[in-house]
Design a protein around this ligand. Structure first.
Ligand SMILES: NC(=O)C1=CN([C@@H]2O[C@H](COP(=O)(O)OP(=O)(O)OC[C@H]3O[C@@H](n4cnc5c(N)ncnc54)[C@H](OP(=O)(O)O)[C@@H]3O)[C@@H](O)[C@H]2O)C=CC1
Ligand SMILES: Cc1cn([C@H]2C[C@H](O)[C@@H](COP(=O)(O)OP(=O)(O)O[C@H]3O[C@@H](C)C(=O)[C@@H](O)[C@H]3O)O2)c(=O)[nH]c1=O
Length: 293
């Protein structure tokens, strides 16, 4: 399938690029080619690319992902996470192409202990979550007849970019012990599995646009950040002790949801995708020299 991807150096964008050749032709558009903080100019650039690249679907793997920075730069984050996805959905609809957009567990308030279903009410706690929710609403409102999916995922990791695994590997090599929150629970999700899921979804939408909607995809089993950190140290053979702490003892500018569990059943039923075991993916990521760079 020929796919136009927004994003280039990001975790998921890089993994989508790696699918090129395996029966797919992937064209990436990074910030240099389409700056989503200026959605109108980006729209023009995108229309230009579609003239010479006959894409069969569009996947948006670009976003403002600075959770704390969004608290003080919400307008900038809103342009990229809120306005741009709606613009991309409109262009996809105009061109008759299925559109896959990625969103986050941070659209939920994290109340309770039950996994959030795709139709559970969103109530973001911080600016990043609010801007991502605006993007979801925009994409859904366009209602692209060629098919659209908002795929919510959580706690993304890979050997590249900024993520919790890389932070833990860096800190774990420097310190004897780390204090990590144990009351926030969610599903760590490997970026390569998200990339493959997006491709499967794009293909399914092309065949049957009625599969459109919001779906969830996260790694299993659910764990706390502290559990995740302990597994990283164990698999990386780092003698760094992880001490469980409550969120109150690790204050951050943006509050994080305590319950980030996502109910991924519809993704299995509709697209045949099951939750990847993040512990196995972590082992693969750790064999990549980029992970410790
Ligand atoms: N990281 C996480 O833990 C989670 C991420 N998600 C969602 O998954 C998706 C992918 O995230 P991830 O791969 O981690 O992202 P990264 O933070 O690794 O990369 C961000 C990507 O967004 C692009 N980007 C940022 N600002 C702009 C801009 N102004 N104009 C154009 N492109 C821009 C970057 O472009 P360039 O390549 O040019 O630098 C880069 O490709 C996002 O929608 C994110 O919200 C959901 C849950 C968890
Ligand atoms: C480094 C560190 C973090 N923490 C806590 C802070 C926070 O609650 C949790 C995770 O920290 P981070 O800042 O790495 O993760 P954060 O940026 O909140 O990650 C989020 O990113 C966005 C983009 C998403 O969409 C979410 O799904 C989620 O992955 O770990 C500790 O308790 N101890 C530590 O030493």
């Amino acid at each position: 399938m020929r796919i136009l991807v927004l994003g280039r150096s990001g975790q998921v964008a890089r993994e989508l690029a790696r699918l090129s050749g395996a029966g797919h032709e992937i064209r990436l558009m990074g910030r240099d080619a389409a700056d989503l903080s200026r959605p109108e100019a980006a729209a023009e650039a995108l229309r230009g690319v579609l003239l010479d690249f006959p894409a069969q679907a569009i996947i948006n793997a670009a976003a403002w992902t600075g959770v704390d920075a969004a608290e003080t730069q919400e307008a900038e984050a809103l342009a990229v996470n809120g306005a741009a996805p709606a613009m991309l959905a409109r262009i996809a609809a105009e061109a008759g192409l299925p559109f896959v957009h990625i969103s986050t567990d941070y659209v939920f308030d994290g109340a309770g202990e039950t996994p959030f279903a795709p139709d559970a009410p969103a109530a973001p706690l911080g600016a990043y979550g609010r801007t991502k929710r605006e993007g979801e609403i925009g994409v859904a409102q366009v209602g692209n007849p060629a098919g659209w999916v908002v795929l919510r995922t959580s706690w993304v990791f890979s050997a590249h970019g900024a993520n919790f695994v890389k932070t833990m590997l860096r800190l774990g090599a420097e310190r004897e012990a780390l204090r990590v929150v144990a009351d926030q629970i969610g599903g760590p999700t490997p970026a390569d599995a998200i990339a493959r899921a997006c491709m499967t979804i794009a293909e399914a939408l092309a065949a049957d646009p009625s599969k459109s909607g919001i779906h969830h995809f996260s790694g299993a089993p659910d764990a706390s950040w502290a559990d995740f950190a302990r597994e990283i140290m164990a698999q990386a053979d780092l003698p760094c002790r992880i001490e469980d702490i409550p969120s109150a003892e690790y204050p951050t500018p943006a509050p994080r949801p305590l319950n980030s569990r996502l109910d991924c059943q519809s993704t299995t039923t509709v697209f045949g995708l099951s939750r990847p075991d993040w512990r196995e993916s972590l082992a693969r990521v750790l064999t990549n020299p980029g992970a410790r760079a």
